[in-house]
Design a protein around this ligand. Structure first.
Ligand code: ZN
Length: 285
């Protein structure tokens, strides 16, 4: 069964007991606009509501998993309204400054990623190529990551004067010193390095990525649904007891202080950085 959500920016497919949700903007390295995040939300909801689905795989079509939030494609849609589902807040459209940015990012970024982390079915991120900034947020919302050997990970937003992406899981998905290096340098961490740090579970040759992930998903599918849901909740609760949820809330405030500072002293909330300037500044480590 193959179906598209929201004009094809996300595809949805059920194979046996596994739902495969794929980002489908390969021409823009799967950059996420709001149309994408709401389509993901709809696809995940569908997978949760389908009793035949036991495990969800999140993937990206093309050479890259996701190059981050859409800050420059022709379909950038940060000024549009969508029906809000992740948090209870007013629409950002027609508002200004922090009033606008906080409302939008609470819903589309932090709110949605948290909601997805709490999905009661196991979610595996299948990552190849670039997994940058907003791409990390999607992979980190999943329960674990299986990466191709060509995958790389980076959060370069300190170049914008911003202390990391909105879903601030950095010191929980890797150790705090590694998180500092990741943020301070903005360097690309290879799949192998990410595995060493505990952020990635397995690294496999690119040609074997899909078979490996589907075999794992099928094995997990043999477990009882409630057992999986409770095991997931148990580990998530442990992370929250280690301060993850409260930590993210406090960093979300710092993140918005940075956006506001940029807008106050510079040209815009992203310190005038677009796709090109971010790409030119990126270095391979
Ligand atoms: Zn932001």
């Amino acid at each position: 069964m193959q179906n598209d959500e929201a004009g094809g920016v996300v595809t949805y497919e059920v194979r046996g007991s596994v739902a495969v949700v794929r980002l489908n903007r390969p021409q823009y390295r799967n950059a996420q606009n709001s149309k994408v995040t709401y389509a993901l939300d709809a696809a995940f909801t569908r997978a949760v509501n389908d009793d035949a689905v036991k495990v969800i795989v999140l993937a990206g079509n093309g050479k890259h998993f996701s190059a981050g939030h859409d800050i420059g494609s022709p379909e950038r849609d940060a000024d549009q309204s969508f029906e809000r589902r992740a948090v209870i807040w007013w629409d950002h459209v027609g508002t200004e400054g922090v009033d606008s940015r906080f409302a939008r990012e609470s819903e589309v970024y932090l709110g949605m990623c948290r909601r997805w982390r709490e999905i009661p079915k196991p979610m595996i991120a299948m990552v190849q190529g670039a997994c940058i900034a907003g791409g990390l947020m999607l992979a980190w919302s999943c329960d674990f990551i299986v990466a191709a050997d060509d995958a790389f990970f980076s959060d370069p937003v300190v170049r914008m004067g911003i202390p990391g992406v909105e879903y601030f899981a950095h010191p929980w998905v890797m150790n705090p010193r590694a998180a500092k290096e990741f943020l301070f340098t903005g360097d690309r961490f290879t799949a192998g390095r990410a595995r060493e740090l505990g952020m990635v579970n397995h690294v496999v040759p690119a040609a074997e990525l899909e078979d490996t992930v589907m075999a794992m998903a099928e094995r997990i599918s043999a477990m009882p649904r409630l057992g999986l849901a409770l095991a997931k909740k148990a580990v998530n609760q442990a992370e929250d007891l280690q301060g993850m949820r409260a930590g993210m809330d406090s960093v979300f405030g710092l993140h918005h202080a940075a956006h506001a500072h940029n807008a106050e002293v510079g040209v815009d909330s992203l310190a005038g950085m677009g796709v090109k300037s971010m790409r030119n500044a990126a270095v391979q480590s």
